[in-house]
Design a protein around this ligand. Structure first.
Ligand code: GRF
Length: 192
C-alpha cells in the first residue's frame, strides 16, 4: 500500500524537495500528500506548490507560546490529509509529548549531527569547537526526548582544518539529501 507522507518544514525546504523528488520514483511506495510550514515565508512552500503538492501554513506566532493550542491546530490540519508518516525536514519547532504520542513510531526527523552528539542547535560549530574529525547527519524516529529516538541511518563527512560552520553545514547538507530519502524508503519497505 502506498504510504501517505506529510512533510513539515520551516525554511528553504531542500530536504523536503529531496524527499519529494525521491518519491517520484515508481520503486518508492510512498507519496507526498502535504507540505506544511510554521511560517508563511518558508521558501519550501512555493517549491511544493510548484510540484503540485497540497500545502498548508500553521503559524505558531499567534499562539504566543501556547504549544498545546498550536499543536491542536497543527494536528487537525495534518490529519485532514490522512498521512501515514510525518517527516520533519528542518521543522524548527519543538513538539511536545502530547503531539508526538499521536504519531508514535510514525514521525521521522533529520538532524545535522552524528547523534547522540549535539542535539539541539548550532551542531556544526559545536563539532568544530570540539575538534571533531568527522561530522554528519542522522535520521531517527521521533520520541518525546529532543533529537533522540531510534536511529534509522547516519552519514558522515570529514571536518576539514579550515572549516567554518557554513562550509561544514554545506558538506553535511549534501549527505542529508541522500540519507533522508534512503532512510524513508527503508522505513516504508519495513512496514513504516
Ligand atoms: C537542515 O540542515 C536540517 O537538518 C536542519 O535544518 C536544515 C534545513 O534545511 N535541521 P532545508 O530547509 O531542508 O533546506
Amino acid at each position: 500500500m502506498t504510504k501517505r507522507v506529510a512533510i513539515l518544514i520551516s525554511g528553504g525546504g531542500s530536504n523536503m524537495m529531496s524527499l519529494v523528488t525521491a518519491m517520484d520514483d515508481d520503486g518508492f511506495d510512498a507519496k507526498p500528500v502535504l507540505v506544511l510550514a510554521n511560517n508563511a515565508d518558508a521558501g519550501g512552500i512555493a517549491k511544493a506548490r510548484a510540484k503540485g503538492i497540497a500545502t498548508a501554513v500553521v503559524d505558531h506566532r499567534p499562539f504566543k507560546g501556547d504549544r498545546a493550542a498550536f499543536e491542536a491546530v497543527l494536528h487537525e490540519t495534518i490529519a485532514k490529509h490522512q498521512p501515514d508518516i510525518l517527516c520533519l525536514a528542518g521543522f524548527m519547532r519543538v513538539l511536545t509529548a502530547g503531539f508526538i504520542d499521536k504519531w508514535d513510531g510514525k514521525m521521522l526527523n533529520i538532524h545535522p549531527s552524528l547523534l547522540p552528539k549535539y542535539t539541539g542547535l548550532h551542531t556544526h560549530q559545536r563539532a568544530i569547537d570540539a575538534g571533531d574529525k568527522k561530522a554528519g547527519c542522522s535520521v531517527h524516529v521521533v520520541t518525546a526526548k529532543l533529537d533522540d529516538g531510534p536511529l534509522l541511518g547516519q552519514a558522515e563527512v570529514p571536518v576539514l582544518a579550515d572549516d567554518t560552520a557554513e562550509t561544514l553545514a554545506a558538506r553535511v547538507l549534501i549527505e542529508e539529501h541522500k540519507l533522508y530519502p534512503a532512510a524513508l524508503q527503508a522505513f516504508v519497505k519495513n512496514g513504516g
